[in-house]
Design a protein around this ligand. Structure first.
Ligand SMILES: Cc1cc2nc3c(=O)[nH]c(=O)nc-3n(C[C@H](O)[C@H](O)[C@H](O)COP(=O)(O)OP(=O)(O)OC[C@H]3O[C@@H](n4cnc5c(N)ncnc54)[C@H](O)[C@@H]3O)c2cc1C
Length: 467
């Protein structure tokens, strides 16, 4: 199917996040109007903020916790992502080895533990959220990716994972696409979830533990005096002994954060539910979620009602780090995604997309979270998960709690926590550098993965751009 024909599949697409397009949303939380006092104020109601509230209250039920969310719980990346859950705290083992060397064994173990703790929390509080630990299929669509995949599988297996390399026929037996040249099946450290049900479930847990949540309460400023931090919202304020900021790709009320994070937009399509015939044409019996392997990669999976969620590839940075509802739509990215979808699954010709949206990823030059404190240690932050934060945010929130409490733990001694990501340069150099890097990544994908001088330089400096 050519590009133009693929565009017809977008004729009825609604500009809505599929996950939150449902009737059973929890009742809205109030706006903050007036003054509140707390022991801990949390800024941001995504997974980072929610996990910070839950872990703080579980650790000390007497701790008085308030969470302030600019829009609604799960409004940001947490409610817009693909719902791929990965145990890695370092955006993959390979990236972890590159940045944290000998510490990676510990980080790998802590990541698996963190994933187990998430599943355990959901069980304890009876949050279903369509959690499913069936693993993940990585596919190679170019011959050079097959050998890269073998090397990655070896590394994973050396750390006790079960990564099984598949040839083209075995890969197509998992999911039928003429584009597959090989694959790697990973059955450990992976899950899928419905991210909005997860965010709503975490909200319910946090509230049941006594957290006071305010929605539509953007923190305009954080002010500190000797003993307290005050978070100022349009109609009120919260004075607290400590603050945690989990604002991800959005302009943070702590300026110190902004240089570490570049908001990068990822775009996503969801199809109508597949008919039984369409499903059987895919031979997707084990329903493994999938990612392909270029620098610019797609991720895709089935939803509970048998739609295909199909996202990624373009990762768009807007000048000045612009974010907002006006960036949720990008026709060129949706058209590219539709075209690639039918190249991957020509047997689905005629299927329609029903939902399209975009979301900002908090990209960081080392591709995994960076942590820090501000305001004489009374505030802490965890940001920069770079497209792999569904699970890592729980760990990030735990670290932020350690930091804000001045606790010396195994976590705070990690190089991951003690070292900072290399900051992005200021504008306009930031924009120019990201564009040059994006072009170099696309070129590398066209040239059998050869890195070229610009990417090789970035590799040597151990910085990069990913989603
Ligand atoms: C399209 C897309 C696909 C992705 N796919 C995956 C995936 O499949 N797997 C994976 O692991 N990761 C994925 N990610 C990344 C993952 O979603 C994030 O890493 C994770 O959700 C980050 O959580 P967070 O709480 O730090 O940030 P967010 O969820 O963005 O939460 C930040 C919150 O802070 C609020 N806020 C901002 N400023 C203020 C303020 N001043 N006052 C009060 N509140 C404020 C925002 O409204 C927002 O709700 C994806 C991201 C996107 C955008």
């Amino acid at each position: 199917m050519d590009h133009r024909a693929a565009i017809h599949s977008l004729a009825d697409t609604q500009p809505k996040v599929f996950w939150s397009d449902r009737q059973d949303a929890p009742p809205p939380a109030p706006r903050l109007t007036g003054h509140d006092d707390a022991g801990l104020v949390i800024v941001g109601g995504g997974f980072t903020g929610l996990w910070a509230a839950i872990q703080a209250k579980e650790e000390d039920p007497r701790r008085d916790v308030v969470l302030l969310e600019a829009r609604t719980i799960g409004f940001g990346a947490s409610g817009r992502n693909g719902g791929f859950v990965d145990a890695s705290l370092t955006h993959g083992l390979h990236n972890g080895v590159r940045h944290f060397g000998s510490e990676i064994g510990t980080l790998h173990r802590l990541g698996l533990q963190n994933l187990g703790n998430i599943a355990d929390t959901l069980r304890r509080y009876d949050v279903g959220a369509e959690w499913d630990s069936r693993g993940m299929l990585y596919v190679a669509t170019e011959p050079y990716q097959v050998s890269e995949m073998r090397a990655q599988a070896e590394l994973l297996n050396a750390y006790g994972e079960t990564a099984q390399v598949l040839d083209a026929a075995q890969t197509r037996a998992e999911l039928s696409s003429p584009t597959y040249r090989g694959g790697c099946l990973r059955e450990t450290g992976k899950a899928t979830v419905n991210p909005v049900l997860l965010a709503w479930g975490l909200r319910r847990i946090a509230e049941s533990l006594g957290t006071r949540i305010y929605e539509h309460s953007p923190v305009r400023r954080l002010e500190a005096d000797r003993a307290f931090i005050t978070a100022l919202t349009p109609y009120g304020s919260v004075r607290a002994a400590r603050a945690i900021v989990g604002t991800s790709a959005y302009p943070a009320p702590l300026r110190a954060i902004r240089r570490y994070v570049a908001p990068v937009y990822d775009y996503v399509l969801v199809t109508e539910p597949l008919s039984a015939a369409q499903l059987s044409s895919l031979a997707w019996a084990r329903r493994m979620p999938v990612a392909d392997s270029g620098n610019q990669f797609h991720y895709y999976r089935l939803t509970a009602d048998n739609r295909i969620l199909w996202g990624g590839y373009d990762a768009i940075y807007y000048f000045g780090g612009d974010v907002g509802a006006h960036r949720d739509e990008r026709a060129a990215s949706f058209a590219t995604l539709a075209s690639h979808f039918f190249a991957t699954f020509p047997q689905l010709e005629g299927i329609r997309f029903t939902h399209q949206w975009g979301g900002a990823i908090d990209t960081c030059t080392r591709f995994c979270a960076t942590f820090g404190t501000a305001m004489d240690g009374k505030a802490a932050y965890a940001v920069g998960y770079t497209g792999l934060g569904v699970a890592a945010t729980r760990f990030g929130a735990r670290v932020a709690l350690d930091l804000v409490d001045g606790a010396r733990t195994q976590r705070t001694q990690l190089k991951l926590v003690r070292s900072k990501a290399t900051p992005f340069p200021p504008e306009p150099i930031r924009w120019a550098a990201i564009q040059v890097t994006r072009r170099a990544l696309a070129r590398s994908d066209r040239r059998d993965g050869r890195r070229g001088p610009w990417l090789s330089l970035l590799d040597r400096l151990r910085v990069g751009f990913d989603s």
